[in-house]
Design a protein around this ligand. Sequence first.
Ligand code: SF4
Length: 453
Amino acid sequence: MATKVGLISLGCAKNLVDSEIMLGHLRSAGMDLTSDSTEADVLIVNTCAFIDSAKTESISAVLEAHRDRGLHRRHANQRLIVAGCMSQRFSSELTGELTEVDAFIGLDQLEEVAPIVRRVLARPAGAAPDDLVPDHLPVYIPDFNTPRWRLTPKHFAYVKIAEGCNHPCSFCVIPQMRGKHRSRTIESVRREAEQLVSEGVKELLLISQDTTYFGMDRWTEGRSPRAQVTASRGESLIDLLEALSSIQGDFWIRLLYTHPAHWSDELISTIARLPKVARYVDMPLQHIEEGMLKDMRRETSEAHIRDLVQRLRKGIPGLAIRTTFIAGFPGESEAQFETLLDFIEETKFERLGVFTYSQESGSRAAKMDGQIPASVKKVRYRKAMAAQQKIAKERAASLVGRKMRVLVDSPTSARTEADAPDVDGKVILTAPLPTGEFAEVTITGHKIYDLIA
Ligand code: SF4
């Protein structure tokens, strides 16, 4: 009988694609996948370690899976494998602490998942893991023909165009887990996208740690900043958007995780010119106040961000900008937070999320003086979210009576071009429409973040 494998995917869309790649390889190796963890011979927990709460959630998921193994008799021999960011970064510490785990998989080992599963099953239950996560930063990047078992609905798919990050943001530990930025080729992404569209995908969500840096690693690597300016431009996000737009079919291309430092007027006009690219830009800004941006090492400035937001709005009519901010970064004074709040109120972002600062061990910011008490962070978070709630409500009210094109996620729920799956609002449908199809609807009402049609 074929080995049955279950997988719990935690964290962001980038981790979800890694889960899909592992499942694809398990299927190719002849193993069965199950969504019922009680019947799995092997259960993989693909973890996140972006912030403390994500680590806690990951550890709880592993312990819960182990506890279930003890509670159900058929679980007694089930093996437990931990993959993902937490495994990559902490496997040496966790091997001693999480003795319940039968193997740890690093981010460079996604394609080795099937042999690792076989090795784990061949060892006696409870034996200490003998596979070690390679002790170097990952270099892996998928290709167009990488086996993949998609976990998203049939009509949308995440496409990982690059992996890793070259930015030095002081609050972030992602580069220490995911390694240096490495882009796929346009040809590789185009062939994958073509396949997805031919399978009925109506929305391609382009993801990486910094999608605006796509391709640039290949033509800037090893050059001084001055030489980078004069170097002839190689493949870039502009070329990628053009290549994807030329694929036949009716679909949206949605750009997630852009960085304010890498936008250009040419990229703005390219998006405006290409009708398949959604009038939607996800651009985490983290702060606006100059001193905070410097301490965060964001490689951008207040003046640049203010100017960029204006250029984006002017250059792409109807654009929805999604951003995120951090409240309570070390040393953030009341005045600096007020500058951020004013910016939120003035700019009226279409979509906005706020995180309270999380002190990540191993990051520069964790060692900074002036750590803000949790209670202050919470108050600032609430103030920022209350400001945005007002803006969101006004925006939603202004859309009542408008006809809009939506992509139907379920008979009673859809999304406009301004809504990415999972993170943004939805359109509640009062009459059922066919799932996975585009439709034209009239907005008849609204809630705070959601529309009714
Ligand atoms: S851009 Fe900054 S926040 Fe984003 S992954 Fe890179 S280092 Fe982390």
